[in-house]
Design a protein around this ligand. Structure first.
Ligand code: SF4
Length: 82
């Protein structure tokens, strides 16, 4: 599958010009889930997580966001695409 993820969050480690996300995988979750889980809960754990409903787009977030140049860059095992 030739999948593209478009994102406009420019201060994320995985953001590249052209509004592209270059993470190998990401986890999109409900805001409630994102706010209640630690940094380590991310895309690599997706198969084990219980699906939730959001209701509308305002209640979802990207759990894989990592601030550019932060100490959190290696806090998960998701690798940046070469
Ligand atoms: S990890 Fe999430 S916030 Fe970061 S560029 Fe990709 S989609 Fe955007």
């Amino acid at each position: 599958m030739n999948q593209h993820i478009h994102c406009i969050v420019s201060d994320c480690h995985y953001y590249e010009s052209g509004n592209k996300c270059v993470a190998n995988e990401i986890l999109v979750a409900t805001d409630q889930f994102g706010a209640s889980q630690p940094e380590q809960v991310d895309a690599q754990m997706a198969m084990k997580l219980t699906p939730e409903t959001a209701g509308n787009c305002m209640e979802t977030c990207c759990k894989s966001y990592i601030p550019k140049n932060s100490n959190f860059t290696s806090s998960d095992s998701v690798k940046k695409m070469q």
